[in-house]
Design a protein around this ligand. Sequence first.
Ligand code: NAP
Ligand code: MG
Length: 471
Amino acid sequence: MKTIDKIYINGAFVSPRGNERFELISPTTNKKLGEVILGNKEDAIDAIAVAKKAFKTFSKTTIEERIEYLQKLKASIENRKQDFVNVMVEEYGGTFQFASVSFDYMIGSFNSAITLLNTYSFKKIMGESEVQMEPIGVVGIIIPWNSSNGFICGKLATAIAAGCTVVIKPSEMSAQQTQLILECFHEAGLPKGVYNVVNGLGEVVGAEISRNPDISKISFTGSTMVGKMIAKQAVDTMKRVTLELGGKSPNVILDDANLSKAIPMAIAAAFMNSGQACIAGTRLLVPENKLEEVKTLVSEIVSKTIVGDPKNQITAVGPMVSKKQYERVQNYIQTGINEGAEILIGGLGKPEGLEDGNFVKPTVFVNVNNQMRIAREEIFGPVLSIITYKTEVEAVEIANDTTYGLQAYVSSSNKDRAYKVASQLQAGRVQINKIGHDPMAPFGGFKQSGIGREFGTIGLEAYLEPRTLIR
Ligand code: NAP
Ligand code: MG
């Protein structure tokens, strides 16, 4: 049994002033793994004050110094892959496969920030003026549980590249993962106060970060509902916000697609990270005359999808993070049934032999229309809706008929056609015949999937404020 009883402020592990305890429960067994002592509002205020003080000098660091800090942070985690994978599997129930990819993503975040710094010009000439790109100030980072250390690395690396200091509030459910990364980062020996981490509740620590006048910007990943609350709060002090929110990503299978490639990829896109992914491709749009073929392929693949112990290297779908998330997914499956959609495979309840953990049956609905709640709302579990279309125009219309716009997928054997369709989709990122991540290109959402972008030059500039000198 582990107790996480420290938060990280001013370069040191310190006892929080808060004393509330939160139980860490294994998603795989529902047995207690440990406890975390939560920070409170005063802890958040302390962390913000320290970050504000550190900003004075950190904002003046040179590019070379920042590159060195990024390299040190990267080096501190580089040889700990096994530990990061293990703790993510145990605490979050992420599959071994996903946890491994997640680690590569963490390393990649530092690499791309370093690459950016080697090319980005913090002074530009625009018109007749010099424009100086200045670090924005103290950044509040608020993140969820579905890829906790991945989010920490992506956001922290960019902040450091920009010369900003940060206060991070992870999900309390990720406390052991947070502890591991902090132990590594501590070894990196960065100046005190550059990054500070306060475990605590969203409505306590997160709310203080959203309100505090000494926070200049918030970088948030999580639900659209909380994102809206944060943005409303932030406007009182004109904080800049980058919001990476939910999605209901369409996967458009064109009628010339090679289904034996496109359908396995569609299932991987739908069930990635056990379906707990904002970019999951949860609406599969298929030509009406291919439906029967698609159904056969989908049933075949999903029946072979391995659900179970996330530490097993061949497991594709692990447990939901919590009982609450399990219930949420069950409710949506019931909603789909009530709405008149038909279950092709999967359904309510736990898979046989997996009754102890928060396991759900990977579920695929057919006879879905795009107005049903299961086609409009983010479920955040392995639940896929198949929707048919008649023409390419209709496919694009259905794909775009959503309040979200984070990611989309297109499959076709004709590159030009895929490109043409992809270019009409209202999504921040479109995957053509593949599932990839480009850490040098912007990532974020159209519409209610968020505000702003992360990664690449556009992501870096979200941590900078331009000052124009007219001379
Ligand atoms: P969430 O409620 O949006 O939480 C995300 C982060 O915001 C957490 O650190 C949370 O703290 C914090 N937070 C909550 N209320 C806050 C407030 N009033 N002010 C400031 N910060 C606040 O997401 P969740 O509860 O983890 O998951 C709920 C649903 O969100 C999921 O079912 C899924 O649909 C969606 N989700 C989306 C993503 C994504 O990547 N887009 C990721 C995770 C979840 P606490 O943990 O203490 O609540
Ligand atoms: Mg929450």
